[in-house]
Design a protein. Structure first.
Length: 303
C-alpha cells in the first residue's frame, strides 16, 4: 500500500488486448503501472528484477507475451524469451519481494486430441512453438513462486489490437467470399471478460493471504468453430449496418499454416467458478459487444 492507500499493481503487456482492457477496467484503489516495451524488455531478467524491486508492489500481472503463433515457428528464441524467460524472471523477482503474481497463459498448451473440454488437471502437449513456449512460462512461474495464479484463456477478441473478429470485418469489407476453418473448436472470449476475471483474482490475492492459488481456466461460456464465430460476427455486423460476405466452411487441411493448431481447445471453467465465483458471459454476447463497438462507428461514418 502507498501512503495514499492506493494498491500499486505492476502490469506487463499493457498495450495488448487484455492489458488495454485492464488499464480501462482497473478496480478503484489500484495504482496501475504498465511500462511500455521500450521501458521493459521481457527478455531482460536484470531489467525485470530491478523494476519489481523498485517499489513494494501489491501484485504483479503478466499479460505480456509473444503471440504471433505462425511467426513463432521461425522465431523460436524470441518466443521463448518473451513467453518463458520473461515469466521466469518476473515470478522469481515477485517471490523475492513477497508479491503475488497472476500470469496469463493459453489453450494452446494442449494438443487438442481429446473430445471433452480440457480441465486444469489434464496433461499438456503443445503442438507448436507458441504453445510450447507458453507451457515453459507456466512451468517457470509454478517453480519460482508459490503465490501464483496461472490463468489460461483462449480465442481472445476485442475492439483493439489484432484478432479474428477484426480480421473478419476487414476481409468482409474487401471480399465477397471468405473461407473459414470449421473443424477447430474453442471458446471465443472477450478481453474485457478476461480483464474483469484477472482484476477479481488479483484483488483477492492482494487482500487475502489464504486466497486459492494454482492454475485456472477462464473463457466465455459455450464453444464454437472459427466458421461459427465468423457467422456470429457477420450476423451482428449485418444488424449494425455492416457489409456481409458469403462464408464457406473448410477443413484445416484446406488452410495450411506454419503452426499446427489444436482441433479442440475448449476449456472447462468449473474450478475458477468454485474458487473465485467467476461467472463468464456466453461467448456470443461477448463477441456481439466487440462487433458493435467496431461496426457501429463505421456505419455512421466515424473512423
Amino acid at each position: 500500500m502507498t501512503a495514499s492507500g492506493a494498491r500499486p499493481v505492476l502490469l506487463t503487456g499493457g498495450s495488448g488486448q487484455v492489458g488495454t482492457a485492464l488499464r480501462r477496467l482497473a478496480p478503484p484503489g489500484w495504482e496501475l503501472h504498465a511500462p511500455s516495451r521500450a521501458e521493459l524488455d521481457l527478455g531482460d531478467p536484470g531489467q525485470i528484477a530491478a523494476l519489481v524491486a523498485s517499489r513494494p508492489w501489491a501484485a504483479v500481472i503478466n499479460a505480456g507475451a509473444y503471440t504471433a503463433v505462425d511467426r513463432a515457428e521461425d522465431d523460436v528464441a524470441a518466443a521463448w524469451r518473451a513467453n518463458a524467460l520473461g515469466p521466469a524472471a518476473l515470478a522469481a523477482a515477485a517471490a523475492k519481494a513477497g508479491t503475488p503474481i497472476v500470469h496469463l497463459s493459453t489453450d494452446y498448451v494442449f494438443d487438442g486430441r481429446q473430445e471433452r473440454p480440457y480441465r486444469e488437471t489434464d496433461a499438456i502437449g503443445p503442438i507448436n512453438v507458441y504453445g510450447a513456449s507458453k507451457a515453459g512460462g507456466e512451468l517457470a512461474v509454478r517453480t519460482a513462486h508459490p503465490r501464483h495464479v496461472i490463468l489460461r484463456t483462449a480465442w481472445v477478441v476485442s475492439a483493439t489490437g489484432s484478432n479474428f473478429v477484426k480480421t473478419m470485418l476487414r476481409l468482409g469489407a474487401e471480399r465477397p467470399l471468405i473461407r473459414v476453418v470449421n473443424d477447430q473448436r474453442g471458446c471465443p472470449t472477450s478481453a474485457d471478460e478476461i480483464a474483469a476475471a484477472v482484476a477479481l483474482v488479483t484483488d483477492r490475492l492482494i487482500g487475502d493471504s489464504e486466497a486459492p492459488t494454482g492454475t485456472y481456466h477462464f473463457v466465455c461460456q459455450g464453444e464454437a468453430t472459427w466458421f461459427e464465430l465468423a457467422k456470429a460476427v457477420f450476423a451482428v455486423a449485418e444488424r449494425s449496418g455492416g457489409r456481409v460476405p458469403e462464408l464457406q466452411p473448410i477443413a484445416t487441411q484446406d488452410y495450411p499454416t506454419p503452426a499446427a493448431r489444436p482441433r479442440n481447445s475448449v476449456l472447462d471453467t468449473a474450478k475458477i467458478a468454485h474458487d473465485y465465483g467467476v461467472a463468464p458471459s456466453p461467448w456470443f454476447r461477448a463477441v456481439r459487444n466487440v462487433v458493435q463497438q467496431l461496426v457501429a462507428p463505421a456505419a455512421m461514418g466515424v473512423s
